[in-house]
Ligand binder design. Structure first.
Ligand code: MG
Length: 255
């Protein structure tokens, strides 16, 4: 899950840029965690406590109200009982990483991914995109071969994951179904974690969310390099770092 947070922080300073420069510094004083990190950690907390995704997301958003949420999500989060609002945006796949590490089986990953999406982003495309990311992480950490998994995700979710098409689109498409294919292709193509995230950021547009999803999936292939993990931890608040630490401890016990 740290890979998702790392991608968010690295991509944060280029959000809305059309052509981030290749060879950019990974960590810069403008790098910060955004809504992707807060929501990712909220879902992880909900898994650990069993207290429900919606109330946990709301509590985290209210604690960090300025992290860059979409307007509709913010309205949902500040209401105590607003229903899901049919969103097809990339908010559902951007916060799903913990489920790929938590679930023991494909069925559990698919069910938990759908459930966490549906509290706010209940459009079928958003639910499917969250499921695709959780399934990719689960399968990769369990040792699935990348090429076979890529084919399977293409078929199961109807995504074009060929590099030449998935990576040709810029990153300004904030739909779930427009964000996940390039993010997956960047992760599948790369020789290492850093290369995956650099490819995602250089697509431009919604760079923090692209890099968050790519970083989450690439972590299941390559792990996040130690020096990058240290930079990430240093940029979290104490209470967000504690969610990450507790999640990693809980995961270690599950193994
Ligand atoms: Mg963000």
């Amino acid at each position: 899950m740290l890979g998702a947070i790392a991608g968010d922080i690295i991509g944060s300073r280029f959000e809305g840029h059309s052509t981030p420069p290749a060879g950019f510094d990974l960590f810069h004083r403008d790098c910060r965690f955004t809504d992707d990190t807060v929501c990712t950690l909220a879902v992880a907390e909900a898994l650990m406590t069993g207290q429900g995704v919606a109330p946990t997301l709301r509590a985290f958003v209210r604690r960090y109200p300025d992290a860059g949420y979409g307007a509709m999500f913010l309205r949902w989060a500040f209401s105590d009982d607003a229903p899901a609002y049919g969103s097809w945006g990339n908010g559902a796949p951007m916060r799903v990483a913990s489920i790929g590490w938590w679930a023991a089986t494909e069925a559990e990953a698919l069910e938990l991914a759908a459930k966490q999406a549906a509290v706010s982003h209940d459009h079928p495309d958003a639910i499917a995109a969250a499921q695709a990311v959780a399934l990719a992480i689960l399968q990769l950490r369990q040792g699935a071969a990348r090429a076979a998994l890529r084919d399977r995700l293409s078929t199961q979710f109807g995504y074009d994951l060929r590099s030449q098409t998935a990576l040709r689109r810029g990153g300004f498409d904030i739909s779930a179904s427009g964000t996940v294919p390039p993010a997956l292709a960047a992760a599948f193509d790369a020789a290492d974690w850093e290369g995956a995230v650099r490819t995602a950021v250089c697509l431009g547009g919604d760079t923090d969310t692209l890099a968050c999803i790519t970083g989450a999936v690439a972590e299941a292939i390559h792990a996040v390099p130690g020096p990058i993990a240290d930079q990430v931890r240093a940029r979290l608040t104490g209470d967000l770092r504690s969610v990450l630490d507790r999640f990693e401890q809980a995961r270690a016990k599950l193994r």
